[in-house]
Write a protein that binds this ligand. Structure first.
Ligand code: AFD
Ligand code: MN
Ligand code: MN
Length: 430
């Protein structure tokens, strides 16, 4: 039996935190009531909110230069499930995990599904990987995958995506996320039109293999690893592809995959308007695909994204069912701590967006009261909803103070003993 954080420890630390929480929650309830907001409705919405954890997120990430492995890193998908279950045990906002293949390959899919279910976890979107060659792979992805000039390479990449769908069906997933690294490094290296045509042709074949109740999420990214052109570089390309590929294809927004300064919340509004918003890879960034912790650099931007989601939910936008996931690379923190804090920051943005006075906002907008409208948003954003988040965790069986409880449990030290370092020099990825 491997180490688990005991329910007694969680209960004990919750008992200590309870009096202060009750006071803060009551004070916030009175403040919100003055604004016509029922705190209990917000608490219920926070409890219903869930974000998926990527299985690759519980391992230490890396950069182009190095990877500094942390102690007790997961050695395989079973260990990853254990870490994801620990996150869910304490924050109660991460009930699903998103696997990546072939990284999470196993010989017993039914067993994996059961192991996850036994820890209260279900499977979210499956992710294919055609951005690196696997050991012994003869048809290389060095010059692309789904858009490669050679048919045989494209076919290998298509077959891999179909295999991911088949695995996902065994795991209970309902979506395939496709991110390709295809692009070029030199002007003239690639025919920009033909490369996209080949991508569409490949994606058509993958879509034909989708079960009827599945969706395919197209993930665009501006640059990297290709630095001159990227085949699916922006939301326009993603949107065009999703239109061509039909109703099962939608556009996934990774917050780090845009040019600096781009108005991401407006992209969210546009995709929602046309029923093409697949969902999100949440993270934060300052320069590019930095994969920093959600809400750590630009929390107001995160709030503005959730503000669009709250607006869309309220007007019951057609085809609106965004799949929320975290996609981060943890280089200097314990990934479990980062993922717990990130899930909380997402709940925070969700709660803040829900307390926006939508009627007052609409009136200010209709009256061309620019500052008045802005202040409605600011009022919600500047409200400290932490007591709601803590109370939601408590009521869901989680920890009032997840990081403090996690640190007190000694989980990481226990895992360092149970999971001896694998050694070697794995390249930094994702
Ligand atoms: C890469 C991409 C993208 C993707 C992830 C997993 O930048 O964010 O979601 O790999 O496939 O980091
Ligand atoms: Mn991503
Ligand atoms: Mn990324």
């Amino acid at each position: 039996m491997t180490f688990r954080i005991s329910d007694d420890l969680v209960a004990e630390s919750n008992r200590a935190a309870r009096p202060a929480l009750d006071e803060d929650y009551a004070a916030l309830a009175r403040q919100l009531a003055r604004r016509g907001v029922d705190i209990e409705a917000i608490a219920r919405a926070v409890m219903a909110f869930g974000v998926a954890i990527p299985t690759w997120g519980v391992g230490t990430g890396g950069t182009r230069f190095a990877r500094f492995p942390g102690p007790g890193e997961p050695r395989g998908v079973e260990d990853k499930i254990e870490d994801c279950a620990t996150i869910q045990q304490l924050v109660r906002a991460t009930p699903r995990i998103s696997p990546h293949f072939p990284w999470d390959f196993t010989s017993d899919w039914a067993g994996l599904r059961e192991a996850a279910a036994a820890r209260g976890l279900a499977f979210d979107a499956v992710n294919s990987n055609t951005f690196q060659d696997q050991p012994g792979q003869t048809l290389s992805y060095k010059f692309g995958s789904l858009s490669h000039v050679e048919r045989a390479v494209r076919e290998a990449a298509i077959a891999h995506n179909k295999a991911c769908i088949a695995i996902g069906q065994k795991l209970g997933s309902k979506a395939l996320t496709v991110w390709i690294a295809d692009g070029s490094n030199f002007a003239g290296q690639s025919n920009l039109t033909r490369a996209f045509d080949r991508y569409l042709e490949s994606m058509r074949e993958i879509c034909a293999a989708l079960p009827l109740d599945w969706r395919v999420f197209i993930e665009h990214k501006l640059y990297e690893p290709a630095f001159y052109s990227t085949v699916v570089a922006d939301w326009g390309t993603s949107f065009a592809a999703a239109l061509e590929l039909g109703p099962q294809a939608q556009c996934l927004v990774d917050l780090g995959h845009h040019a600096p300064g781009v108005n991401i919340e407006q992209i969210v509004a546009r995709l929602t308007r046309f029923g093409k918003l697949a969902g999100f890879h949440f993270n934060d960034s300052k320069y590019g695909d930095d994969d920093l912790d959600a809400g750590s650099i630009a929390p107001f931007r995160l709030f503005l994204v959730f503000n669009e989601l709250a607006d869309a939910a309220l007007r019951k936008a057609a085809g609106f069912a965004p799949a929320c996931m975290i996609d981060q690379s943890h280089n200097v923190t314990d990934p479990i701590e980062s993922l717990m804090q990130s899930a909380i920051e997402l709940q925070r943005a969700h709660a803040q967006a829900l307390i926006v006075d939508r009627a007052a906002l609409a009136s200010a907008q209709e009256a061309n009261d620019a500052l008045g409208a802005h202040l409605e948003l600011k009022r919600a954003f500047l409200t400290d909803v932490s007591p709601i988040l803590a109370m939601a965790r408590l009521r869901s069986g989680g920890a009032v103070a997840p990081i403090a409880t996690y640190r007190a449990s000694g989980y990481r030290d226990q895992k360092a003993r149970e999971r001896p370092a694998a050694g070697g020099t794995l390249a930094g990825i994702v």
